[in-house]
Design a protein around this ligand. Structure first.
Ligand code: MG
Length: 219
């Protein structure tokens, strides 16, 4: 709630400042309409109940089955923030690494997209398939930078929300995705955090994920 309420206070000034962008290094077009990008799991939807209940090891189908059988829980504060952003004329995009997987061998190559729109809708947030971008769609990999740039082609991205460093900056993992040429390390991750210190708390809003995320490879 602290994160989302602080973000709601920042909203009017970041909407009004048409030179502002939360995408470092990306050219700002002041004519573009403002948008915010939120991660889904542990940023918008809380999977805390699933995390407590599921039988280890983690497999994606277990979360999908849980989501089919339960109404999603919001991360506290997110519904009010998204409603405030939309009321202020800000477009809300969800960028998630829920993978596209044709689990049923049906005609839909990515049933997870409809499921994710449904799960977000269960929170009382209005969205649709054009605003929910999954890993594996359109050739997008798990590095979210390509999807952030896709949004930035049509919108001025004023805020980013996530529970993982990878929701904000590329090249935070050992495995190589997108623009990354070397595996991340504790030191390179710390450098990314410090390089962007001006953005934390104004433009970039993190809800640090204590249960899972890219950090678990670097303990
Ligand atoms: Mg997440």
């Amino acid at each position: 709630m602290q994160v989302y309420q602080a973000a709601e206070r920042d909203l009017p000034s970041l909407v009004a400042d048409d030179s502002w962008s939360a995408m470092p290094g990306h050219p700002v077009d002041p004519a573009l309409p403002p948008a915010v990008i939120l991660d889904v799991d542990e940023t918008t939807i809380s999977n805390a109940k699933f995390q407590i209940a599921f039988e280890r090891p983690m497999e994606q189908w277990k979360l999908e089955k849980w989501n089919d059988e339960h109404i999603s829980d919001p991360v506290p504060g997110v519904v009010r923030f998204v409603n405030a952003a939309q009321a202020a004329g800000v477009t809300v995009f969800f960028v998630t690494n829920r993978p596209c997987d044709n689990r049923d061998n049906g005609p839909d190559p990515c049933p997870q997209k409809k499921d994710t729109v449904r799960d977000i809708g269960e929170l009382g947030i209005s969205t649709d398939e054009d605003h929910v971008l999954l890993a594996g769609e359109n050739g997008w990999d798990r590095a979210k930078i390509a999807r952030r740039k896709f949004v930035a082609e049509t919108h001025r991205v004023i805020m980013i929300f996530g529970d993982d460093l990878g929701d904000f900056a590329p090249c935070v993992r050992i495995s190589l995705y997108g623009p990354c040429t070397a595996p991340a390390s504790k030191e390179s991750r710390a450098q990314l955090v410090w390089e962007h210190q001006e953005l934390w708390g104004r433009g970039w809003y993190i809800l640090p994920g204590p249960m899972h995320g890219s950090w678990t490879s670097f303990r």
